[in-house]
Ligand binder design. Sequence first.
Ligand SMILES: Nc1ncnc2c1ncn2[C@@H]1O[C@H](COP(=O)(O)OP(=O)(O)OP(=O)(O)O)[C@@H](O)[C@H]1O
Ligand SMILES: [Mg+2]
Length: 236
Amino acid sequence: MATLLKIENLKAAYGGIHALRGVSLEVEEGEIVSVLGANGAGKSTLLKCISAVMKRTDGTIEFDGKPISNKPYEIVEAGLVQVPEARQIFAKLTVEENLRVGAGNRKDPDGVKKDFERVYAMFPRLKERERQYGGLLSGGELQMLAIARGIMARPKLMMFDEPSLGLAPVIVSQMFEVIKELNQEGISILLIEQNANKALQISDHAYILQTGLVVRYGTGKELLADDTLSAAYLGE
Ligand SMILES: Nc1ncnc2c1ncn2[C@@H]1O[C@H](COP(=O)(O)OP(=O)(O)OP(=O)(O)O)[C@@H](O)[C@H]1O
Ligand SMILES: [Mg+2]
């Protein structure tokens, strides 16, 4: 398996706050990799640096064998997509229009059409609400639309920042099922979660982040079996 995402010694700061202090991490093609850690550990900062919405102060990021671009749209075009937060869905665009935004400036209309069918098959609820405004969707539907919008960009790697946050338990379980399904369709996943248990259950590998540093790494199975983990690092 080839390495899809390779991060070495990544550092980033907000003024004097060193949010990332030298993080190295890899995602192999076909894997689900989780990053876990307590509030403030640096998880969201990590994703912001990868998507180039925040500038790193040191370190290297390679995607698909090449140094990653520093322009967010070029990163998406290269196949690395961060699933937007539900609140970034356009309230005054319909479901269909939001999905079209996700397809960006793809030049393969036939492929785009297929992906519309693909996301509607995956989320029949979105098909039923095709013409409804984003602002009228429920919390769970919004999260589905956010994921579907990400899929429309045809990603090789999808990144999620706490997709289960604020959702009802039933919807949370559906969310993890969807992530597994995407992975089975060949999309690699980088998942940030507070719900460590559920995340580890579907992860090939996981990293534990603590105040900007990786303090543990292992397979999902290994970390699940380690009952010292939650008390020590996850703030549970
Ligand atoms: N815009 C900002 N300005 C200043 N400091 C920030 C900013 N965003 C984050 N930080 C700080 O950087 C550190 C890492 O924050 P980050 O948001 O990456 O953590 P996180 O692991 O995603 O936490 P959470 O689980 O609460 O989402 C924290 O100490 C936080 O207070
Ligand atoms: Mg965060």
